[in-house]
Design a protein around this ligand. Structure first.
Ligand SMILES: Cc1cc2nc3c(=O)[nH]c(=O)nc-3n(C[C@H](O)[C@H](O)[C@H](O)COP(=O)(O)O)c2cc1C
Length: 538
């Protein structure tokens, strides 16, 4: 890694900060004529419609969040369909007046959905070996490359490679320079969504440590003529997903295969604004080594604090939504709060953080507004115990750091200072009321300099980790009868100033808020796949 790459990353991070007096450079208004199509598809390729099963089996969310898995479902087209539908598929259509838009199981900043997904498969019942793009609008696979001879049936692989890419333009259309950050958040949310959906099938997810160039070649996203130059896809990460652990031979065979591609990507917008700063940070953050994802031995934690939620995980995944407003009065029970925070700690075998394979680098600063028996104020959840000293050094010296009474000490939950934090949370989140009207809001603090010392590409990983935590909070909120919302819009250095942070050892990279939602009764809702033959009407 060169210092130039690091310089680019720090420059991008600084330039893409929102400030109360000046937001990060944006397009200066929405150009509706160039609004990107939220659905990528490939012309000139065979399409394989995935089944929409009426009953795909479910497991109580309380079991899934504790790491319980059913006996592994077989690897076949039905179960791959369930995996994709429950992670990256549509969850509903909404309409208001003439406007109609789709929601998906994975959330996305501005509902712009820059994340695309691919399967690289050696073949399984119902699916011949090949490289497939997942097209969520119709819940189908588009076959970009095929190889029926890759594996003899006897040695059929016990999993597939599920890879994620980002179309940065989709997000930049609305958010300009800051869009690169949001694309990375969305990758983290999508990774967590896949890990939860896999767990319901009894499957496991492991990250593969491929370089970006390898991933781009295998997915065919490095093929310039197949894409509009302004709508190229950047490779993000590759996961092994399935009933069995990845075998080195199978992964190598899929990696080395000289795939022969067909098809061209649809054009998403008739015109584009170019964001040079995104191109530069994207190049600087390229992961160029074939690194294994270093899994560091963690101190074993007690089992996750149980919570009663008989609702099925698949049902909860489909009902997940972002709140647009909170009631401003509901308090959440203390036990539910503690159990929710405990779910943010990594435990082997417990989704979705078991798929991360990295030691935590993100701690949480909590703006507590309405939690029963908890005085309002600022609190810290220290997920990375080794980082406690560095965090304490960086935050205001006069804060008390008292362990919260009645909470198991493994949680690392500290009260920093008591007081009404509603207005601070609201103002810091670009004046969004949802940050002050809920039960609590979160600023995710990442160990920034230390991560970048490992490599400029770790900049992306920090946002992915934040997105993973966001997805945990989304589902935990639903399970508690509440609702969450990711917050990408916040005033970075104003947050740092409030906390006393004066350098880049710790940086706030993502916010989140959670409370009792107010529904918008004006919106009409329709089922996700009624437009598809064989679509369910639920
Ligand atoms: C990374 C990220 C940042 C977001 N930032 C905001 C935000 O600042 N304000 C807000 O109201 N919603 C925010 N959201 C929520 C999205 O608008 C929401 O996910 C999207 O509209 C899709 O709706 P759904 O989550 O209900 O499926 C964010 C979501 C994500 C994933």
């Amino acid at each position: 890694m060169t210092n130039e790459k690091l310089r680019q990353v720090y420059a991008y991070h600084f330039d893409s900060k929102h400030r109360p007096e000046r937001y990060a450079p944006g397009p200066g208004g929405l150009d509706w004529a160039t609004q990107p199509n939220p659905f990528r598809s490939f012309a000139g390729v065979p399409r394989l419609m995935l089944p929409l099963l009426a009953d795909g089996g479910d497991l109580p969310f309380s079991a899934v969040r504790a790491g319980e898995r059913p006996p592994a479902a077989p690897l076949d087209i039905d179960h791959l369909g369930l995996l994709l539908e429950r992670s990256l598929g549509l969850s509903a259509w909404k309409s208001y007046g003439d406007a109609r838009w789709a929601l998906r199981c994975n959330p996305s900043s501005g509902n712009l959905h820059p994340t695309e997904a691919y399967l690289v498969s050696g073949g399984c019942p119902g699916l011949v070996g090949g490289v497939y793009h997942y097209q969520s609008h119709d819940h189908c696979l588009e076959q970009r490359a095929q190889d029926i001879t890759l594996f003899a049936q006897a040695e059929a692989p016990g999993g597939v490679i599920l890879a994620l890419t980002s179309v940065h333009w989709r997000e930049a259309w609305k958010y300009g320079l800051r869009a690169y950050r949001y694309c990375q958040h969305d990758v983290g949310h999508a990774l967590a969504a896949v890990a939860y959906a896999a767990a319901v099938l009894g499957w496991r997810v492991e990250r593969l440590g491929w370089s970006d160039a390898t991933l781009a070649r295998i997915l065919g996203v490095d093929r310039a003529p197949d894409f509009d130059p302004d709508e190229r896809e950047a490779p993000d990460l590759a996961l092994w997903v399935g009933p069995e652990r990845p075998s080195r031979e199978v992964v190598e065979a899929l990696r080395r295969r000289p795939w022969s591609f067909s098809g061209t990507a649809n054009r998403l917008s008739p015109g584009h604004l170019s964001w040079h700063g995104i191109e530069l940070v994207c190049q600087a953050c390229e992961r160029d080594a074939e690194q294994g994802v270093a899994s560091v031995a963690e101190t074993p934690l007690p089992s996750v604090i149980p919570r009663v939620c008989e609702q099925g995980a698949a049902a909860l995944i489909r009902q997940r939504r972002s709140a647009v407003a909170f009631d401003g009065c509901t308090s959440m029970p203390f036990d539910a709060w503690v159990a929710m925070l405990d779910a943010l700690l990594p435990r082997p075998g417990v989704p979705p953080l078991d798929a991360w394979g990295r030691s935590p680098r993100v701690n949480l600063l909590l703006f507590v507004h309405r939690v029963e028996a908890v005085p309002p104020g600022l609190y810290a959840l220290v997920r990375a115990p080794d980082s406690l000293g560095s965090l304490r050094e960086s935050l205001r010296p006069d804060w008390s750091w008292a362990l919260v009474e009645g909470v198991p000490t493994h949680l690392g939950l500290y009260r920093l200072v008591e007081g009404d934090a509603r207005e601070a949370a609201r103002a810091l989140a670009c004046h969004q009321d949802i940050a002050g009207d809920g039960c609590f809001a979160v600023a995710m603090l990442a160990e920034f300099d230390a991560a970048l010392e490992e490599g400029a590409w770790c900049y992306r990983e920090l946002f992915w980790e934040c997105g993973l935590l966001g997805q945990v909070l989304y589902l935990e909120a639903e399970a508690a009868g509440l609702r969450g919302t990711g917050i990408g819009c916040f005033f970075d250095d104003a947050v740092h100033h409030l906390l006393g942070i004066e350098d880049t050892r710790w940086q706030s990279l993502y916010h989140f808020t959670l409370g009792a939602p107010l529904e918008d009764a004006r919106l009409q809702s329709e089922p996700p796949y009624a437009h598809r033959e064989g679509g369910r009407l639920d």
